[in-house]
Design a protein around this ligand. Structure first.
Ligand code: CA2
Length: 151
């Protein structure tokens, strides 16, 4: 990948329960911890002349507040909304209100699981969705977001 022409700042948002990564349900979500995912993103970002700020919360309002704040400094948002993917109009509205480019990522393939996971409130306002590639998906999503910012 060609490094971005100027430093890009990306907010990475992890939704509810993702703090449990690596400790529970490895058959579904893999063995990589959230800390390892964040470290991997920070390293990749450095190579691509970008910086990531990573934030996880189990509280919808806290996620929304952080997304609002991103308006003042971020160039884009990478988000795994967790279970809020399938329930939260408010999270979608917050992302949409920033006007920032958003890439949605899921560790598991949400189309190969229960039917209720097939619908995402976020996908309609995202540039794109990466789902089913585990921890690698975050790096793919960051790459896609930074490439898009170069256009
Ligand atoms: O596959 C994904 O990344 C999901 O966003 C994960 C959400 C789920 O509700 C979505 O449908 C798909 C759940 C996050 C729960 O994370 C855990 C991690 C480890 C152990 C238990 C839960």
């Amino acid at each position: 990948m060609t490094p971005p022409s100027e430093l890009r700042r990306i907010l990475v948002v992890h939704g509810p329960n993702l703090n449990l990564l690596g400790s529970r349900e490895p058959e579904t979500y893999g063995t990589t911890t959230l800390e390892e995912i964040n470290e991997g993103l920070a390293a990749a970002a450095k190579d691509w002349n970008a910086e990531v700020e990573c934030f996880q919360s189990n509280h919808e309002g806290a996620l929304i507040d952080r997304i609002h704040e991103a308006l003042t400094w971020a160039d884009g948002i990478l988000i795994n909304p967790g279970g809020l993917t399938h329930t939260s109009v408010s999270l979608r509205d917050a992302l949409s209100a920033t006007g920032l480019p958003v890439v949605e990522v899921h560790l598991s393939n949400i189309f190969a699981r229960e039917e209720f996971r097939e619908h995402s409130f976020v996908s309609g306002i995202a540039l794109g969705v990466i789902s089913g590639f585990g921890a690698l998906g975050y790096r793919l999503a960051l790459h896609a977001l930074l490439e898009r910012l170069e256009r």
